[in-house]
Structure formats: structure tokens, C-alpha cells
Design a binder for this molecule. Sequence first.
Ligand code: AMP
Length: 420
Amino acid sequence: MYKAPRGTSDILPQEQAYWKYVEGKAASLCQLYGYQLLTTPIFEDSQLFAPTVAGGQIAVDKEMYIFEDRSGQKLALRAEGTAPVCRAYLEHGLFNLPQPVKLYYLGPAFRYERPQAGRYRQHHQFGYEAIGDADPALDAEVIEMARRFFLSLGLAGFSFQLNSIGCNLCQPKYIEALRRHYSSYTAHLCPDCKARLLRNPLRLLDCKKASCQKIAETAPRITEYLCPECQAHFQSVQQYLEALGIPFQLNYRLVRGLDYYTRTVFEVGPREEGAQSALGGGGRYDNLIEQLGGKPTPAVGFAAGIERIILNLKRQKIAIPALSKPTAFIAYLGEGAKIRAIKLASELRQSGIAVIAATGAKSLKGQLRQADSLSASYAIIIGEREVETQSAVLRDMITNKQETVPLAEIVSSLKQNKKT
Ligand code: AMP
């Protein structure tokens, strides 16, 4: 028996209400802030992700799905959403538009990770990017937008952590200081951190191991190393957030996994914290577009994991609007009635009424059970007598009351009852 590959899951019909809810809120939010939808391919040139994953949380060689197609081209399943958006920005000359260009996306991301609660090999992200403007007001807007998104979903108790990781000028000096600090503790570092010390020292700060956390506590802080421009930018972001009434905590150890981040970084934590808990995160990535072959272009964005959002909606028992149910289920008894039922189903659909027509040769009881399990508001029953009298029995599936209605009046009758 086949199973969905490890770390992936089917989204069954009963789960879809959550997805529709989250995706609907995401789309309304983006409309409200003037972000337009961009859909990019599921796979890209594998090199596209090199700057976004190198040294970050995702290791290109170990954690990406990379494959060669039949022509020998090296492709990668989308590992995250920002690089493809920037690729499209460059490819379609969106830099010629008035800046910033504001885009959002919704779709799957693939990472070969060890699956656990809240961490999958295929997950879905909603993200948005504002490209082409360095104004710290945009950082604040991106954060405010994330907050409004979680509030609109009805989630409570989430919190924002904020930091600045500087720029090309000040970050290297800080990294040097960090290296110096950690070098005197190499014997106490976990194996991952030993590798980080060589390849990506910034990430040393967010190691979850208790022994490494202790070393992080006494580590130099980036805020002491920011150049005057980064300092001013960080101050402005905080000032705008305060003006907008957005609570946040400064966390000098928040670094984000990816190489291309500059200046502002932020993360959204849920009410119930856990190992794999971040609802979303984002920040500025002023170097990425240049790394992808464009002119130096500042940008800022955010991405959230939809599975984790749904996990939290369930934990907080947030009521989700139900998906629409069929108005009627058409049951029949006998071959003559079947033709009438098929025709009636077609006519009702023509009038915009959602119906499910029975098939096969089930008993009436079996057909009504099916109508019930599909949550149809009505069952329309046609037997021999109804064929003769050009009518149908209309049964309210909640009250079980039924009446005989002339065929010509079924549409108006269903519409009058307002359950259509
Ligand atoms: P990232 O691209 O790593 O910044 O991830 C953005 C958001 O996507 C995270 O905050 C999580 O909510 C979610 N996420 C990242 N990786 C996974 C994963 N493997 N499984 C489920 N959700 C994930």
C-alpha cells in the first residue's frame, strides 16, 4: 500500500475549511496593504537558492530537494519563497516600476528535514515582500501587517521579537568579535556549533543547547557594533512600531537562519512555545537582489508557515467558518425516476443550486444516509408516484419534515427556504 512520503501530508476535505480560512485572511490582508499575488514555479534552478540557504538553517546539499531533469539541468524544489520572488522581480524588470514593488505568495516549500510536530518536508508558506525601498517605515509596515494577520485569524498571545543584524559594514566586525568570544569555548560547543563557528558564526547565538546558550549569554551584542546608519535605522523601526502601538521585545540573540538578512530581523512566537514553534519570521535582505545578479536593491519581507498557524488555531479552539455544504441530495427509486433525477440535478445546478445526485441502486435508507453524511440541507426524493405526478418529495434533513412539491416549483421552494 502506498503512503504519502515521510514528512508530507494530504489535506483532507474536513481540513480544507482551515486552509480556506487562512488563505482568505492572507489575501484580504494583502489587498488591504497593496500587495499583489505572485505565483512562481515549484522548482527553480538550484543555484537560485544558494545565497538564501548557504550557511543558514537549510543546508543546500543536505536539506534541499535537488535533482537533474532529463536535459541534465540541476533543479531544486522551492525551499523558501523569497529568492523566487526576487528572481521574478529581476526577470520581469519590475525594478522599472515605481518602487517599492509589493508582492505576496502562497505555496508549498520543501526541505529535507527530520519530520516532527510542526516540521515537515513539505510545508506551506504565506509570505510577502516589499522590494526597492530602504525606508525603515517599510520594516514597521511589514511587522504591523504580520500582527494584523495573526489578529485577523483570531490568534491570541503571540509575540514579536526584534533585532538588527547590521549591514556589510558593521556585521563583519561583529562576526569577528563573536568568533573571538566563541573560540575560547570551542571544547564546550556542540558539534553543530563547532561547524557554525567556521561557517556561520551568527547562528551560534540561537543554538538551543543549554551549554551553548550559556556561552551566548556572555557573547558580545550586535547592538554595540552597529554602524551609525544601521543604528539610526533600528531606532526608527522601533520608533514607528511604538507609534503604531505594536508591542515587541528586543532580542539581541535573534539572528534568523539565512545569509541574506541585513538590519531588521523579527520573529513571531506563538502563545504556547515549543521547539519548532515560530509562526513566522522576516526581515530586511538588502543584499539578496545584488547577489542574484541585480543592482543593489533594498527589500524587506515576512513569511509564515500555514501548518503551524492551523496547529495554533486548533490549540486555541478558534471557530472557523464551515465550508458551504450541498443544498440538496437527489434520491430516486427505480429506473424511470433515475432519469427524472438526473435531469432535475442538471436543472437545479443550472439555477446555481448545489446538488449531489445519487447513483447506483442503493435503498432509500442508504441514499438518505448518504445525504446526511454529506450534510445536505434537503433530500429530494423521486419515486414512481412522483414521476407520474410530475413532483418530488422535499425532505428537510434537519427537521425530517417532508412535503410533496410540483417539479416546476422545486427551485423556488429551495430558494425560498434560504438554505441554498
Ligand atoms: P523560514 O523560511 O525558515 O523563515 O520559515 C518561515 C516559516 O515557515 C517559519 O516561521 C515556520 O512557521 C514555517 N516553517 C519553516 N520550516 C518549516 C517546516 N519544515 N515545516 C513546517 N513549517 C515550517
